[in-house]
Ligand binder design. Sequence first.
Ligand SMILES: [Zn+2]
Ligand SMILES: [Zn+2]
Length: 396
Amino acid sequence: MVSRKQSHKLLAGILLTLFFVVAGILLEGRLVKLPMVSKGESANERVGVIHVHTKASDGSGTVADVMAAAEKDNLSFIAITDHNVAMTESDLAEDPPDLPIISGIEVGTTAGHFLALGIPASWVPPKTNNDRELLASARAVGAFRVLAHPFHPHTPWTDWKTSDFDGMEIWNEDAAWRQSNFFDIMDALLLYGENDQLALVRLASTPEDNFAKWDELLQQRPVAGICAADTHARLRLGFGHDWRFPGYVPSLKVAREHVLVSSSSGNGNPSLASGAEILDALRNGHSYCGLDSLYPADGFSFHVSSGDASGGPGDKLHWSGAARLRISTPSGATSPLIKIFRDGREITEKEAYTIDEPLPGPGIYRTEVFLRQPGWSGGRRWTLWVFTNPVYVTSQ
Ligand SMILES: [Zn+2]
Ligand SMILES: [Zn+2]
């Protein structure tokens, strides 16, 4: 039997431990300084955020609020995608030349959600919830169609029999945090007031299901993989109350798509690449995702050379009998772990800043790079930092 005295002692011990854990997390929030998101991209790299909601659907801010946050976070483009409602011409006119808005819409269907990017303001979707009809209608107006959060716990994509889409979200901030465990969510909530950047880093996880499905699809045809914020800046607390969590400014720092535009874009000045030129590069898989709140991935490079030809994410090369793969990561990050995949199977895993190695043969090559969680409460676990679209090395 546990005496009353012993149970009081036990309770006091638990409360004291809890106090030290909470105090430790609050102190950590103060002490851990994550690098601010900078503008250190290479000459043809444009860094932006895809999949943002405004008041036009269920977000908490206006287009002007989102643009102000995007400017604060040094973004080079933003794709706004409200639920089932296209942007208006006057909203689209809010963008400055060095921060174009890509006009998008998140279309709800019976099979899940998809993004239609580059959609004309005049687009009138057919009056149906059927995914095939909606995908076809968005294709007819030239939209870049991306399956949104295909493995979301509440709204996954279910129609894998269709191939009438161009890309898929591999990482979705809103789906990722819902897969966090109780401790990580509590940790993030405690950290948020003091250090919102670290709080959101704690909620990152590796989307294994998305990667597995992507690898399967890539064996059939090129499918562009992107990361998405899915920012609403609104958490429903019930009884008509909302909390602006996570806010636009911290949320737009987390998952950023680094788009490699052609050097002729922006009339020869890629830093002024238009929304259409950025979209064209995205559609062709010329991009990689950086979870930049962990460390800005600007300048990361993934390159294959075979014979006289060479290329990066999204490019197709012929196998000339030999080829080399080169990866280079920003030098300020702490000990990256680089994994290389060939046709969905991991062939290399190395803690290194750079990799330069021969390729074993033709195949679809992509990489995932990890950094350790900063601070003590993240347990120093490896956290997904960068993933790239593949380079296709073909034998014919
Ligand atoms: Zn959605
Ligand atoms: Zn959404």
